[in-house]
Design a protein around this ligand. Structure first.
Ligand SMILES: [Zn+2]
Length: 299
């Protein structure tokens, strides 16, 4: 069991890493850990996470009342309290605004495609919690929808949230989310994303136990044949407003793997299947020539 002073030191270290990696700017972001059954240790309001000191932390109860500390707890305390309420297994919560993951959150694009084995074994999918005004009661409500089934999520037009069994585990998940976002962005810029098959995703998730990783939740989408995979709860996936998710939506095709994003590379027609719409890119001059040709053939 970690002592209070070592937990305070851990929060200082994680704050320093978050700021050094550009996951937070100015006073953004917040970190909390469970101190014991009834108390939390939380970063204070209005302090840059790169320059925390152990004595700055606030001790609160599980309703957010301050029990100890010169400063007030983070303005996002309600979101942290909601996570601890919903997830007794969670001992630490990290919130930041890592720029690439937050870019996906702003674009409304969840990180839910099966493209990286590492991500599938640790986090599964990373959904987007609906936009909510920061530091209001709306934010914990938006987080509640996904927190039981996910250890990491994007917050629409805001940032990202990760949770774990200790503060390092929660922080490393934040690193994974940002790294995943960076790789996804590069793959999309290159114009191609090869997806891992659903069968392989199930195999990877089954390996979690051997790595000592606890699965947050099984895969959703019972409409796809799952073979001998884990159970897929019905009717609780995305699109069921108000109902908390109890499974994860992972975009993984059955069989050998399909490409969600058609190839945009010249001369490669293989990814375009019959009946599928492919994107064609033309210069203005090529388009004009095509139109002129069409007009000529009409005459
Ligand atoms: Zn924030």
């Amino acid at each position: 069991m970690s002592t209070e002073s070592s937990l305070r030191a851990d929060i200082v270290e994680i704050g320093r890493r978050m700021y050094a990696r550009g996951y937070t700017a100015s006073n953004d972001g917040n970190i909390s850990v469970r101190l014991d059954r009834d108390r939390l240790l939380m970063t204070p309001k209005g302090v840059c996470k790169g320059f925390l000191t152990p004595d700055m932390m606030c001790v609160t109860d599980l309703d957010g009342r301050k029990l100890q500390g010169d400063r007030d707890p983070s303005s996002e305390i309600l979101m942290h309290l909601e996570v601890y309420r919903q997830r007794p297994d969670v001992h630490a919560v990290v919130h930041a605004h890592p720029p690439i993951a937050t870019g996906f959150a702003v674009a409304g694009i969840p990180l839910d495609r099966a493209v990286l084995a590492e991500v599938l074994t640790t986090l599964g999918s990373v959904p987007i919690a609906e936009y909510a005004t920061p530091s209001t009661k709306e934010l914990p409500e938006a987080v509640r929808k996904y927190i039981r089934a996910h250890d990491g999520m994007l917050l629409a037009n805001h940032g990202a949230l990760t949770v774990g069994g200790d503060v390092y585990s929660a922080y490393y998940k934040m690193e994974t989310v940002e790294h995943f976002a960076k790789i996804s962005l590069v793959a999309r810029l290159l114009g191609r994303e090869n997806l891992i098959s659903r069968e392989e995703v199930i195999r990877l998730q089954a390996l979690r136990g051997t790595y000592g990783i606890q699965a947050p939740a099984p895969l959703c989408d019972p409409s796809t044949p799952l073979g001998a995979g884990p159970p897929a709860p019905l009717g609780t996936a995305v699109g069921d407003p108000g109902e908390p998710a109890t499974c994860q939506v992972v975009q993984a095709p059955p069989g050998a793997g399909l490409r969600l994003v058609p190839d945009l590379l010249d001369g490669d027609q293989r990814s375009v299947r019959p009946g599928e719409e492919a994107e064609i890119r033309l210069t203005y001059r090529e388009l004009s020539a095509l139109i002129e040709d069409a007009i000529r053939s009409l005459r």
